[in-house]
Design a protein around this ligand. Structure first.
Ligand SMILES: NC(=O)c1ccc[n+]([C@@H]2O[C@H](COP(=O)([O-])OP(=O)(O)OC[C@H]3O[C@@H](n4cnc5c(N)ncnc54)[C@H](OP(=O)(O)O)[C@@H]3O)[C@@H](O)[C@H]2O)c1
Length: 255
């Protein structure tokens, strides 16, 4: 998205982005910080968080925690709540549930640990974040939540049943919470990327990539920036009349 980006309601307000140190997370943090928001950037890797703060122009506050640690998540929201009164931070108006784990394993070779890990990070943690975020947003009757789901959650993918189920669960919660939270001025949407070049997909061989691209109408992978631009659109006032939707960023992908 071209900056300076005028008319952003994020200016002077704060947002939380999970998985901020990942490929897509970094681009989301950068976009939101450039739009004038104070970005609480969540991640587990302190060194990567510090380098993100160095690299990104704008106000980025690192928050070092594991999204599956329920007490740590509560502490993060207590911190955000306490800092809202700082004019440099502003009201908390946005949440991006972006942290994710994808572990490929066919059903026969998979195990409950892999299922639990992906459900915990991709769904349970996102759900807790939405609960605590909405409690803060409800107070000023304004807010937007964007969940990063996946085309695999929409269409399924062989060897990805646990990942797909965890993302489909988040899509379901997105649509339900959009209805539940609309009366409080809170919108809930999702972006569903297809194949994006990030550390999550770095292990794909050229042969595997060619196979994926053969099933993408635009015949190439997407970029983290393209996903981040979709997130910014849904979070900001340009999407003020959009809630409960899943926006594909997938080059028209057939799983
Ligand atoms: N890349 C794609 O093709 C694609 C397609 C569809 C959807 N997505 C979704 O897009 C989102 C971002 O993925 P990405 O491609 O940017 O992958 P990535 O580079 O691997 O980033 C994933 C991020 O999630 C964080 N994370 C994982 N478990 C966490 C935990 N327990 N606590 C805190 N942070 C945790 C990682 O932190 P650490 O560095 O500490 O592990 C990392 O920052 C994910 O939800 C993914 O499922 C990606």
């Amino acid at each position: 998205m071209a900056f300076p980006y005028s008319g952003s309601i994020l200016q002077g307000h704060s947002v939380l982005v999970t998985g901020a140190t990942g490929g897509i997370g970094r681009a989301i943090v950068s976009n939101l910080a450039q739009s004038g928001a104070t970005v609480f950037a969540g991640g587990r890797n302190k060194v990567a968080l510090d380098s993100l703060v160095e690299e990104v122009a704008g106000k980025v506050v690192p928050v070092d925690y594991d999204v599956t640690d329920e007490n740590a998540v509560k502490e993060v929201f207590r911190t955000i709540q306490a800092r809202q009164s700082d004019p440099d931070v502003g009201n908390f108006v946005g949440l991006v549930n972006n942290a994710g784990e994808m572990k490929e394993a066919g059903l026969v070779a998979s195990n409950m640990e892999l299922l639990r890990l992906q459900m915990s990070v991709n769904f349970y943690a996102a759900y807790q974040h939405m609960q605590l975020a909405s409690r803060l947003m409800v107070r000023h009757r304004k807010g937007a939540i964007v969940n990063v789901v996946s085309q695999i959650g929409e269409q399924g993918g062989a060897g990805l049943s646990a990942y797909s189920a965890s993302k489909a669960a988040l899509t379901g919660a997105t649509k339900s919470l959009a209805k539940e939270l609309a009366p409080f001025g809170i919108r809930v949407n999702a972006v569903a990327p297809g194949f994006i070049s990030t550390p999550m997909t770095a292990h794909y061989t050229q042969l595997q990539r060619d196979d994926v691209y053969s099933r993408v109408a635009l015949k190439q992978s997407g970029t983290p920036q393209q996903v981040a631009d979709a997130v910014l659109f849904l979070l900001d006032q340009c999407a003020g009349y959009t809630t409960g939707h899943v926006l594909p960023v997938d080059g028209l992908f057939q799983a």
